[in-house]
Design a protein around this ligand. Structure first.
Ligand code: ADP
Ligand code: MG
Length: 541
């Protein structure tokens, strides 16, 4: 019946070892304080229980308490091992007599284990308990049958005992090792999940807080991800965008270029830049510069294309301003050259007119001619100064007089074209500080444009009034063919003209002069109804 007793011992051992491990798995792996002490206490209780299940043979008590002690030594060190083994010894002394071999055996085994522990301190527990087991077997054989001469004539009995202790160590070790492995796997997975979550939240943070647009396009050219920045930059809700086909919000002129880039990336598997216009929800087109990067699946086929786009309308605007200022400087040079050429013949003409006046007595026409020639002279010097800005000579002038003067000057031409000027001045004095000839030039250009917009006949309404901020508002309304809305921003650009014999310089000069006088100029126009030009200039208090 000895075998049955051993098997009961082994089953108890397995149950006792696995119970705390199972409980521990459910107690979400919190570190236990003074783990060694509590575990050694528990191991002491287990070994005591095993002792209580021991069986007697020829006056000796047999059990597998040493299996537990070996495991505790291997996993928790000599301190814990001593606690557990002291429990076991006490239980053994209580359970049966014959104390001498029990105490001697205990002392020898403890001494051997402590020495072995010193040499195996860096070994892994599995190797360590195998060494402890071997040393126990050797110690047992030397001590029990040989030195203490216990049941010397029945080696089978000792073999059986040692075999069951070994099985006990192996089963206990296996249980602990498999639990440890499971614990490591779970811990590793948790760590990986956490790192993944951290890196994901980092990327999400970037994607959700950048002003750049981030899109992820799949192999079928469908967009599987839109960053939330689309909402701020384009005005669409992300959910809305997911429903729209992407090519519907790209400018029709750019769709081809965009598709071509995507096809090229699919073919060459290399990232490419592309510029295109996206439609804002309010209908405006915004310029974007994009970088399209392929994301490879297994190093061979493309899984996604990541498209990162940046609004470059500000950059485009400043590029345009730069271009315009370059154009302006060319105009300046050109104007200065032309003005220089005009000046010489002008001096000759002026001289002859003056001579003519002296000879024939000055009359009105002669005076008008002279004053207009003077104006040409001043304008040419103004053109000369277009290249390099000069200090202007400012005088006090009444806007009414300046307007009257220009209207009078233009009236012969207006009469011929059946154009009537009407003037309404809401107030008498509209005094401004200005360079008179420059302001006259502005009116001349604006009125002439109005006249040229009405080839058959029409009415030009000039209004002068005071604005709320103490400025003067000059409105010139014509009944001409108007200006298309999309062309309004181009007014004032050098060389922008729609006329066969136009220069496209008139409004540019007007803009420059008005700006110099701290004023503003704006246009409102309706096709085939007419154009309203509004100039605001600061009045003298
Ligand atoms: P130009 O008169 O030599 O063409 P401007 O700078 O004076 O140059 O004017 C630029 C363009 O603006 C004109 O060609 C014309 O198309 C447009 N424009 C200006 N004023 C008017 C207006 N009152 N009505 C219609 N078009 C206008
Ligand atoms: Mg003009």
């Amino acid at each position: 019946m000895i075998i049955i007793d051993y098997i009961i011992n082994l089953s108890m051992l397995s149950l006792m070892v696995s119970t705390p491990l199972v409980i521990r798995s459910y107690l979400n792996l919190k570190p236990l304080k003074q783990l060694r002490f509590w575990v050694s206490l528990y191991a002491g209780i287990v070994s005591s229980l095993l002792v209580s299940l021991s069986f007697q043979d020829q006056g000796y008590s047999y059990d597998i308490r040493y299996a537990v002690i070996i495991l505790v030594f291997a996993y928790l060190g000599p301190g814990a091992g001593m606690i557990a083994s002291t429990f076991a010894l006490t239980a053994r002394l209580i359970v049966s007599d014959n104390w001498f071999p029990a105490i001697v055996g205990w002392l020898v085994v403890m001494a051997v284990f402590i020495v072995i522990h010193k040499f195996t301190i860096h070994f892994r527990p599995v190797r360590r308990y195998m060494i402890f087991l071997c040393s126990y077997i050797v110690t047992y054989i030397i001590t029990v049958p040989i030195v203490l001469n216990i049941i010397k004539d029945n080696p089978l009995f000792h073999l059986q005992y040692l075999m069951f202790v070994s099985i006990g160590v192996l089963i206990g070790g296996l249980l602990i090792e498999s639990y440890e492995k499971l614990y490591r796997i779970i811990k590793e997975r948790k760590r990986m999940e956490q790192t993944l979550e951290e890196s994901e939240s980092k990327y999400r943070l970037i994607a959700e807080n950048t002003s750049d647009l981030i899109m992820v396009m799949d192999k079928e050219h469908a967009i599987s991800y839109f960053s939330p920045s689309h909402e701020v930059v384009l005005g669409y809700k992300v959910a809305e965008l997911e429903k729209i086909e992407i090519y519907k919000v790209i400018h029709p002129d750019d769709v081809g270029k965009f598709r071509e880039t995507i096809t090229k990336i699919m073919k060459n598997k290399k990232s490419l830049p592309v510029e295109f216009r996206f439609e804002h929800q309010n209908g405006k087109w915004i310029d974007f510069e994009s970088r399209c990067m392929p994301v490879m699946n297994d190093g061979k086929s493309i899984e996604h294309i990541v498209i990162i786009s940046r609004d470059i309308s500000e950059r485009k605007k400043s590029e345009e301003i730069l271009l315009q200022s370059e154009k302006l400087s060319i105009v300046g040079e050109l104007a200065a050259g032309v003005a220089h050429e005009i000046r010489n013949p002008l001096t000759t003409i002026k001289g002859f007119v003056q001579l003519y006046g002296k000879d024939n007595g000055s009359n009105e026409i002669n005076n008008l001619l002279l004053s207009e020639l003077e104006r040409i002279e001043i304008i040419t010097s103004e053109m000369l100064s277009l290249g390099k800005p000069q200090a202007i000579q400012l005088n006090r002038a009444n806007l009414c007089d300046l307007i009257d003067h220009i209207v009078e000057f233009l009236s012969p031409q207006a009469n011929m074209k059946n154009i009537q000027f009407s003037r309404s001045y809401l107030g008498a004095d509209f005094f401004i500080t200005c360079e008179k000839n420059q302001i006259k030039q502005v009116f001349l250009n604006i009125f002439k444009n109005a006249m040229e917009a009405m080839p058959k006949a029409g009415h030009i309404d000039i209004k002068l009034q005071k604005g709320i901020d103490g400025e003067c508002i000059i409105s010139v309304q014509d009944e001409g063919f108007g200006i298309p809305e999309e062309l309004l921003p181009r007014l004032g650009e050098p060389f922008y003209t729609l006329k066969e014999k136009g220069t496209g310089l008139g409004l540019m000069i007007c803009h420059k002069i008005i700006k110099q006088h701290n004023g503003t100029i704006s246009y409102h126009s309706k096709l085939n109804i007419g154009t309203l030009v509004e100039i605001k200039l600061p009045l003298i208090n």
